[in-house]
Design a protein around this ligand. Structure first.
Ligand SMILES: Cc1ncc(C[n+]2csc(CCOP(=O)(O)OP(=O)(O)O)c2C)c(N)n1
Length: 376
């Protein structure tokens, strides 16, 4: 179904405010909202899906109108808390309209991190009290009109609904064109880190293309994957995984390769890392100003800098590198300060190779080789 037709249907339910975390499967919707509203007024790219539900709740409280929350099904977990304890009919009864990209839908091949979430998505939404409508390529305009008619009384009695969108269920939209930065690519930055690190260092990389790039780099360098943990799901948690490892293994050195969207999603982790003082962990944040892996919607307007936040959280060295020369210098400074708490933000361009592949190892194979390298 064309995204504009879909949005027009939602307007009939009073929906005129849109928030969420982008998803590749919902790219036509994300692009259309961005083209129509930018990032202010009626459209907010939220830090996480729970925050988006809360924003939608605030909008309803102030206007009496339900708002749209868009998300990939990976983010249902983040949304469960406010759906169950804020908007649910047994609490405030605040209606929301969720639009959920259905990765890992049963019967369709997808990446391993989507397999279980794909199976339980509908159930999870229903357990939170939402009425679920599925959208796919075959959904006709008449089918959709019937869904809108069925939704109106639900929303007016304070219940929430979800459109669970299968691949190709929403179409159209002009691709977002973000202002391009004249900076090194994320992949080039990761290559520099891998080359700079000792062979015995461990890497924990974030969700999305960064992990895919790290995997391919190791293949190209013939280094194997036993030193890397690829955080393929669990967006925003790579730093806590790395901290858990670093605390338990003070004898080893760790790098967390994070993204700006992921860091935003669970920003509190930065303060915990600093408070825990794991000086054997270097937190590197690749800042391209966007959720590039899922289509490039901006993160916090695309202009946020994280090194000052890290410094305020207690990092003793919080550096920013924007050029190759600055990166060389920053890596030297980090290397020369092993006892300090270290953070490095690298400003990178927004994009990736067209032929970027996906890990050919399963998550379990990855874990097994990593634990073997750790002697466990
Ligand atoms: C909880 C959750 N929400 C949404 C997604 C979908 N998703 C995967 S990667 C990604 C963008 C990550 O952005 P960033 O950390 O800035 O890295 P980039 O892709 O820009 O390198 C998103 C939103 C997800 N995997 N999990």
């Amino acid at each position: 179904m064309d995204t504009r037709f879909f949005l027009h249907g939602l307007e009939q339910l009073g929906v005129a405010f849109y928030t969420g975390v982008p998803d590749s499967l919902l790219k036509p919707l994300n692009d259309t909202l961005y083209a129509d509203h930018g990032l202010t007024g009626a459209h907010v790219v939220a830090a996480d899906e729970g925050g988006a539900v809360a924003l939608a709740a605030g909008h309803y409280i102030a206007t009496g109108k339900p708002a749209m929350v868009y998300l990939q099904n990976s983010g249902i977990g983040n949304a469960v808390n406010p759906l169950a304890s804020l908007t649910h009919g047994m609490v405030y009864g605040i209606p929301c309209v969720l639009v959920v990209g259905w990765r890992g839908e049963p019967g369709v091949h997808d990446e391993p991190q989507h397999a279980y979430q794909g199976i339980v998505s509908r159930q999870m939404l229903e357990l939170c009290g939402l009425t679920v409508f599925e959208l796919d390529k075959a959904t006709s305009e008449a089918d959709f009109a019937a869904m809108i008619t069925a939704s109106a009384p639900l929303l007016s009695r304070g219940e929430s609904i979800a459109f669970l969108v299968r691949k190709g269920g929403l179409t159209g939209g002009e691709p977002v064109r973000l202002p391009q930065r004249d900076a090194m690519t994320r992949e080039a930055a990761i290559r520099r880190l891998v080359q700079d690190a000792a062979e015995t260092d461990y890497f924990v990389s974030t969700t999305g293309k960064a992990s895919r790039e790290l995997f391919e780099l190791r293949e190209a360098l013939g280094q194997g994957h036993g030193r890397d943990f690829l955080t393929v799901g669990s967006m925003g948690h790579a730093n806590m995984i790395a901290l858990g490892m670093a605390k338990a293994r003070p004898d080893a050195a760790f790098w967390c390769v994070d993204g700006d969207g992921a860091a935003m999603m669970h920003l509190g982790g930065l303060a915990i890392e600093a408070q825990q003082r794991a000086t054997n962990l270097i937190h590197v944040l690749l800042n391209n100003g966007a959720h590039e892996s899922v289509g490039g919607m901006p993160v916090a307007g695309g202009t946020l800098r994280f090194a000052p936040i890290a410094q305020a959280a207690g990092y003793e060295l919080a550096l920013t590198a924007e050029t190759d020369g600055e990166l060389t210098e920053a890596l030297q400074t980090l290397r020369a300060a092993p006892g300090k708490l270290r953070f490095l933000e690298i400003i990178v361009s927004c994009g990736a190779r067209d032929d970027l592949g996906r890990p050919t190892q399963t998550p379990k194979e990855n874990l097994q080789s990593l634990m073997q390298a750790l002697g466990k």
